[in-house]
Write a protein that binds this ligand. Structure first.
Ligand SMILES: C[S@@+](CC[C@H](N)C(=O)[O-])C[C@H]1O[C@@H](n2cnc3c(N)ncnc32)[C@H](O)[C@@H]1O
Length: 346
């Protein structure tokens, strides 16, 4: 079996399947997506798994939390001996790490205990055969054993440079007690997933300036103040007092679709709940007019045709900014019916 295996938010399998199929077709690679509603994963099957893997980088995939390269699908395996068929299907290879996982779906979450204990059994067997390094080695591919049922397993591999560095593709972030809202986790995750290490250091420096459109009760603003940015927080709603007490925040009771800064800012972030096309157009205006250099914003997705709407909004944004920008978008773990977009000068 060759192709890709990607995790997504439960319920977003049709969007991920449409995205993977379309991107494979654009790359000229014949492939078809296998997906079932609420499975939390999609398999993209094609003759040339290596070419699909190269053509669809993890960072560019919007609905994929994780991207793996398929090795095999094993059905009806005997729960008394899962190791023998797995070793046979691997047929050699050498791996730097073993991750035994399950999709983040209602059906597969109860398999977490099995996945954990199975890793403890499989690891020594792999090492005995020389298939797994004694110490974790990031230069070698990672081996993923993905339980979708107790007797149904996908085997896959990933490259640390082109995959999420978290099991299940889920970064475990802790909501700090003084975070004004759970939304704070969205911006924290966006900074972690959409920016690389170098960008985080270069683009977020103490003393930089930002606007937060749709800021109340202040979660995103608070995340920015923790990086020592000065923030114009735009919202008619109230901000939590301790956010204002940082001395870094000016609260502006204004309409986020009309307000613009007197001086160009380093950053603009936006979490206003509105029609995604309207948000995409306003965000494009900010970048085109040079009101900010970098932006992170959310696009709330409609109930239907979510992949079409995503593509349409991102195309509209790219067209209307009229600038060479690097644009990355993801449905983050902390995003629900939405995606998060990062734009920065190329
Ligand atoms: C999801 S909440 C933002 C949560 C915030 N990011 C946080 O972390 O606490 C959306 C906010 O957008 C604001 N909003 C919606 N439309 C707006 C507009 N046209 N102008 C300014 N704020 C708006 C709402 O008042 C609401 O507070």
């Amino acid at each position: 079996m060759s192709g890709l295996f990607c995790y997504c938010r439960q319920g977003f399998e049709p969007e991920l399947a449409a995205e993977l199929s379309e991107r494979a077709a654009l790359a000229g690679l014949p492939a078809y997506a296998k997906a079932s509603r609420n499975d939390g994963y999609v398999a993209l099957i094609g003759d040339d798994g290596a070419a699909l893997d190269r053509a669809l980088p993890w960072r560019e995939l919007i609905f994929a939390r994780q991207k793996l390269r398929l090795i095999a699908e094993l059905r009806d395996i005997d729960p008394k001996d899962r190791i023998t068929p797995i070793m046979a299907a691997l047929a050699g290879g050498r791996y730097g790490e073993l991750w035994s996982e399950h999709p983040d779906s209602d059906a597969a979450k109860p398999l977490a205990g099995l996945a954990r204990s199975f890793a403890n059994a499989l690891r020594p067997a792999l090492r005995k055969q020389g298939l797994l390094s004694e110490q974790d080695d990031p230069d070698l591919p990672r081996l993923h054993v993905v339980f979708v049922q107790g007797n149904h397993v996908f085997l896959a591999r990933s490259d640390a440079r082109d995959s999420a560095p978290w099991p299940l593709g889920i970064p475990r972030l802790k909501l700090l007690p003084d975070a004004p809202s759970r939304s704070a986790l969205k911006l924290e995750e966006a900074l972690l997933v959409l920016l690389d290490n170098d960008e985080r250091q270069r683009l977020l420096k103490p003393g930089m300036t930002a606007a937060d459109l749709g800021a109340a009760p202040g979660g995103w603003t608070w995340v920015l103040t923790r990086q020592h940015l000065r923030v114009a927080a735009v919202d008619n709603g109230p901000l939590r007092q301790h956010v204002l007490d940082t001395g870094l925040v000016e609260h502006l009771r204004a309409d986020g679709f009309h307000w613009k800064p007197a001086q160009p800012l380093d950053w603009m972030v936006c979490d206003m709940v509105e029609q995604p096309r309207r948000v995409a157009e306003r965000m494009a205006t900010w970048l085109r007019e040079g009101w900010c250099r970098h932006a992170i914003f959310n696009l709330k997705l409609p109930m239907k045709k979510r992949w079409d709407e995503t593509r349409l909004c991102l195309d509209l944004f790219a067209e209307q900014t009229q600038r060479p920008l690097k644009v990355r978008a993801k449905q983050l773990y902390h995003d629900r019916e939405e995606i998060t977009v990062f734009a920065t000068p190329r």
